[in-house]
Ligand binder design. Structure first.
Ligand code: ACO
Length: 326
């Protein structure tokens, strides 16, 4: 099928504070070697007090708009993938709309680490149907505010950041060649923030037991990630009429280096085709793919005409994949 939409420009923002594994050794009972061996992470970024999710999203969005060569007024839709919104209501996307000077509809999308892939699928459908010409998709997380900094099993994993892409009309065979997305709610409780919604409003008792912070069954997520990222990425390439050998770059969600290694080994992608920045940014959830994509484009690694496969899985569990010709 001829592509309808393409990635016209990307941008990202990382907050300035660096939190290293050595910093974490002083906060919880952990070690630099444990974190590096189990996850591949050396350091992550943390937003300073006063910075909110929409601030980071707006910065990434401005870079993406500049790279795409369009103004915010030319946007037809803004989609913000996040599980760490500025507040439960209204959508973070409307704050982004104001901060970048846009006037189009704007909504949030809750698919955790798969938010950017979900956003790509929606943007592609809007452009394919003629309902939109330019869609801004943003993956942004301020996870440092919802991580339990006394829980060593989760606090070492996550980082803050934002990544954005302007999706616009395809040019010839350059564009989004395929997307897919999936959910399996049977694993819903494997990764969650249990309180703060209708199921468990925040009370002092909830706060005392860190019920308003991230809780995870890491091995459930690990197994689900390897299995589903493999199947989704195989399917998206096959359904686009391509072979894995035609993929120039794999841009996987940066959850954990061991998950990435197992997926790419099963799919038999050469390791040198697999891009990664988890060492320096940690797991930034929905922001991880667009940050890595933008870094790799700006570095000249990903170039015009290259075929790029992206895949992500996160809380839900929700997952998906996309393949594009840049
Ligand atoms: N430092 C030192 N020891 C630790 C730490 C830590 N930070 N965290 C856990 N441990 C200990 C455990 O307490 C346990 O000790 P015990 O044997 O005395 O009970 C031991 O290390 C092994 O724990 P496991 O949970 O079995 O460790 P595992 O090898 O599964 O690694 C990890 C844990 C890294 C969380 C892994 O399960 C994982 O990567 N899961 C995927 C989770 C993930 O990526 N989540 C991100 C969000 S979802 C997504 O992005 C896909």
């Amino acid at each position: 099928m001829q592509p309808a939409s393409r990635i016209c420009g990307t941008g990202h923002f990382l907050p300035p504070i660096v939190r290293t594994n050595a910093d974490l050794e002083r906060m919880v009972e952990t070690s630099d070697s444990w974190i590096r061996e189990r996850t591949g992470i050396r350091e992550r970024r943390v937003a300073p007090d006063g910075m909110v999710t929409s601030d980071m999203a707006a910065e990434a969005a401005k870079h993406a708009l500049a790279a795409a060569g369009i103004t915010a007024k030319e946007l037809d839709l803004i989609i913000v993938g996040t599980v760490t919104p500025d507040m439960p209501m209204p959508a973070t996307a409307v704050f982004v709309q104001q901060k970048i000077g846009a006037s189009c509809p704007a909504f949030d999308l809750s698919a955790a680490c798969a938010g950017f892939i979900y956003g790509m699928r929606i943007a592609d459908q809007f452009i394919r149907s003629g309902a939109a010409k330019h869609v801004l998709i943003i993956g942004v997380e301020l996870l440092s505010r919802v991580v339990n900094w006394t829980d060593r099993t989760t606090c070492v994993l996550f980082g803050d950041g934002a990544g954005a892409a302007v999706i616009g009309p395809a040019i010839g065979d350059r564009g989004i060649l395929g997307t897919n997305f999936f959910s399996d709610g049977s694993l819903a409780l494997s990764l969650m923030i249990p309180a703060g919604g209708s199921a468990a409003p925040v009370t002092q008792e909830v706060i005392d037991h860190a019920g308003n912070k991230v809780a995870m069954r890491g091995q459930d997520i690990f197994r689900a990630a390897v299995k589903n990222l493999f199947s989704a990425s195989q399917a998206v390439v096959r359904d686009a009429g391509l072979l894995n050998s035609q993929v120039d770059w794999v841009v996987p969600h940066q959850a954990n280096l061991r998950i990435i290694d197992q997926v790419v080994q099963r799919a038999e992608y050469p390791r040198e085709k697999v891009l990664s920045n988890i060492e320096w940014v940690g797991n930034t959830s929905s922001a991880s793919i667009p940050i890595l994509l933008d870094e790799s484009i700006k570095a000249g690694t990903i170039q015009t005409g290259h075929i790029v496969m992206m895949c992500a899985l996160g809380a839900g569990v929700s997952w998906g994949a996309a393949v594009v010709r840049m």
